[in-house]
Design a protein around this ligand. Structure first.
Ligand SMILES: *Cc1c(COP(=O)(O)O)cnc(C)c1O
Length: 359
């Protein structure tokens, strides 16, 4: 796919009756945008897709398209920090309210419904404990109560899980992560029901969160290797999770591929791979975690995920630093927890690196 590095295109005449049909980069309809949207929809087995300037642009366009002042959102209590801020700060300022549900207890959801509840927003795999909630119950609950379902499937990727096949209405992605897979651009996607994607596109067109054609090209190229990358990362993460679980200096490991994980049976049933993300607690508290972060040679201490290099972070100081210690404790995110995004290195090399760092 060549790069169409043109902000505007020759007007094709009277057929362009809608402003949104005029070919212009911000309107997300250049050949690069169209090629990507087609590929994303095919990967997710969905009706339609939209590529966006970032994961946050995808999430904000989807939420702004679905909600208006007075509406209420039912959301998973373990959301990505940026999404939580959109709900609690930006949408709250526009008169939208949100309630956070315990994903593990579907029986408690109904009590939090209001007559204004419009959407149910969840994540396929939560960060940083890699929980997999009862996603079938989410879809059934939403159908029963006439809610639109939105799922952030960034960590699962369409290789491991295609939420629309389960009945989700909209899927959002940070394409910055696995879809692109090379830690070199920021991008996002909204995928799902055609009517809802069209509404999200209008918001994106107006608010301006478009992706540059060159970044479209890089994302398109990155997605060509998504399948092989994910299969490698699924395999390596499972191997490392098993290695850590059996290690004398490790207290706990969170990975949906482990039989010891609370979401294992569900992940087995719904996903075709358990993903490349895991977290663990070394014995010896925060000091041991910090020592581990300083001691690896292959794994790099950095936020973000889904790239070719293995990245390690301590969520209490990065992704979840904005939360109070009490709020983190409520979600069982301990200060000693280390999160790992398994990269494309040889798994044997990674195991050696982890083994030496733990030692
Ligand atoms: C990174 C991330 C986002 C935000 O995506 P950006 O591309 O950084 O805007 C949203 N959800 C999840 C699960 C993420 O990991």
């Amino acid at each position: 796919m060549p790069i169409f590095q043109s902000s505007t295109f020759e007007f094709s005449g009277a057929d362009d009756t809608d402003y949104h049909d005029v070919r212009y980069i911000r309107l997300n309809n250049t050949p690069n945008h169209v090629a990507l949207a087609t590929k994303l929809a095919a990967l997710e087995n969905a009706e339609d897709a939209l590529v966006t300037g970032s994961g946050m642009a995808a999430i904000s366009a989807a939420l702004l398209a679905l909600l208006r002042s007075g509406d209420h959102v039912l959301a998973h209590d373990c959301l990505y920090g940026g999404t939580l801020s959109i709900l609690n700060d930006d949408l709250a300022a526009l008169g939208v309210t949100a309630s956070y549900v315990d994903g593990a207890s579907p029986a408690t959801w109904e009590a939090q419904l209001t007559p204004q509840t419009k959407i149910f927003y969840v994540e396929a795999i939560t960060n940083p404990l890699m929980q997999v909630i009862d996603l079938e119950a989410v879809v059934a609950f939403a159908k029963k109560h006439d809610l639109v379902t939105v799922i952030d499937s960034t960590m699962a990727t369409p290789v491991n899980f295609r939420p629309t096949e389960l009945g989700f209405d909209l899927v959002v992605h940070s394409a910055t992560k696995y879809l692109n897979g090379h830690s070199d651009i920021v991008a996002g996607a909204v995928v799902g029901r055609r009517d809802l994607v069209a509404r999200a596109k209008k918001k994106l067109d107006h608010f301006g969160g478009t992706l540059d054609p060159h970044a479209c090209f890089l994302l398109h190229r990155g997605m060509k290797t998504l399948g092989v990358r994910m299969r490698h990362q699924n395999e390596s993460a499972l191997r490392l999770a098993r290695f850590l679980e059996g290690h004398a200096k490790v207290l706990a490991v969170h990975y949906p591929g482990l039989e010891s994980h609370a979401g294992h049976a569900r992940a087995r049933q719904l996903f075709s791979g358990f993903g490349g993300m895991l977290s663990f607690r070394p014995k010896g508290g925060v000091a041991a975690s910090e020592a581990f972060l300083r001691s690896t040679r292959l794994a790099i201490s950095a936020p973000s995920l889904g790239g070719p290099e293995t990245l390690i972070t301590r969520p209490a100081t990065t992704s979840h630093a904005g939360m109070t210690p009490a709020a983190r404790a409520k979600l069982a995110i301990s200060d000693d927890l280390v999160r790992v995004s398994i990269g494309l290195e040889d798994a044997v090399d990674l195991e050696e690196d982890f083994s030496r760092a733990l030692g």
